[in-house]
Ligand binder design. Sequence first.
Ligand SMILES: Cc1cc2nc3c(=O)[nH]c(=O)nc-3n(C[C@H](O)[C@H](O)[C@H](O)COP(=O)(O)OP(=O)(O)OC[C@H]3O[C@@H](n4cnc5c(N)ncnc54)[C@H](O)[C@@H]3O)c2cc1C
Length: 374
Amino acid sequence: MIAIIPVRNGVAPIGAAEAACEAGEAFVVGTGTVDVAHELLAYVPTVRYLEHAFRPHELSAVVAAVISAATKKRSVILPGSPDGRDLAPLLALQLGWPLFAGAIEVRADRVRLARLGGTAIEQVQSDGPFVATLIPGVRGATPIAVLTDTNGTVPRKATPRPKQVKRASSESGARTSSDRPPSVDATSLEVLPPDAATMDLSEASRILGGGAGLNNEQRFRQLASVASLLDASMGATRVITDHGWVGHERQIGTTGVVVDPDLYIAFGISGAVQHTSGLGHPQHIISVNTDEHCPMMQLADLAIVADANATLDELATLLSKLAANDGSAFAAPPGTCPAANDGSKIAAMDGSKDGSQIAADFAAPLATTPGASS
Ligand SMILES: Cc1cc2nc3c(=O)[nH]c(=O)nc-3n(C[C@H](O)[C@H](O)[C@H](O)COP(=O)(O)OP(=O)(O)OC[C@H]3O[C@@H](n4cnc5c(N)ncnc54)[C@H](O)[C@@H]3O)c2cc1C
């Protein structure tokens, strides 16, 4: 199998390394491919790359020509990122192969697919090559260096093949311009930076999540506005999406979106496994909860035992001041946090992680509240 990794401007899509690991080999296509090809070498021994303007219809025709020119027909895996989901059906059409979308595991002769919002798993057998998209976050990706470390661990491959990066040619077997269908790709006029408020949650690097500890629908509008002041996206638990307070596309978890942010701040979330298994591997987690023993607090780098509603009010006030005063809100005198005045405390549950840095960046007034205990 081979993973096709669609790349724009040298940025790897979410799930790129996972798709590469699942397939065992990667083919990076798009713009700025060489850097991503080198990044993926940490995960698979052979990576090919092809620099080509990012126009999905055209790109799928070129990639299909390269894949079908190979003597051995190999199934194709794409990451279930927005571009991967866009390219996969075009590629399946060009190749005339079946498309298995939303896979949680891909093998040469069978694919396991998440169905009915993740509540059912369907296994399909295939006796020929196919195209599949792999849901990001379900399989994980381990660098080869870790797997082949012989210091007490078992190497993945008995004799690892030498690593290679190869520039692929679009000439071999590619259609000529005369027999290629006319391009129906849209023309990009301008590429704008993503808006954290509306971007695909799976691509967000900072997420503020809300759960049943936030007491009404209005709290989620407030959470969204605080998130946008922090250039973050808003997510929620299933309890909240079931209430209809937040759209299902904002639900994080096994039956929602699988995310992988650098920073996750959980307001009033218990940390049920169906939620946390969709969280990926955030570098930093902050949790605000009245129950210091709940799973989300145990997972957190910084666990703040406080009323999530009052904390959100305080954060909203401070960030509005910051926005108005160009930075002075974080210099506000300590002791103004109603949550802390209610007798709440701040407890860093895992001292081995860099919770204090996160606190300084995102909750400085809370962290400096007199009487806070750790
Ligand atoms: C098949 C299946 C699939 C599921 N899929 C998903 C999924 O994809 N995503 C998902 O999220 N869930 C999913 N669930 C539901 C999941 O099991 C939990 O029920 C859900 O995640 C709990 O959401 P919660 O943390 O908001 O609510 P609760 O579990 O009710 O937790 C509320 C938390 O808020 C705290 N709290 C209460 N008041 C305050 C306050 N004033 N201030 C601060 N903290 C407070 C409480 O201490 C508690 O920790 C699924 C369940 C099933 C059976």
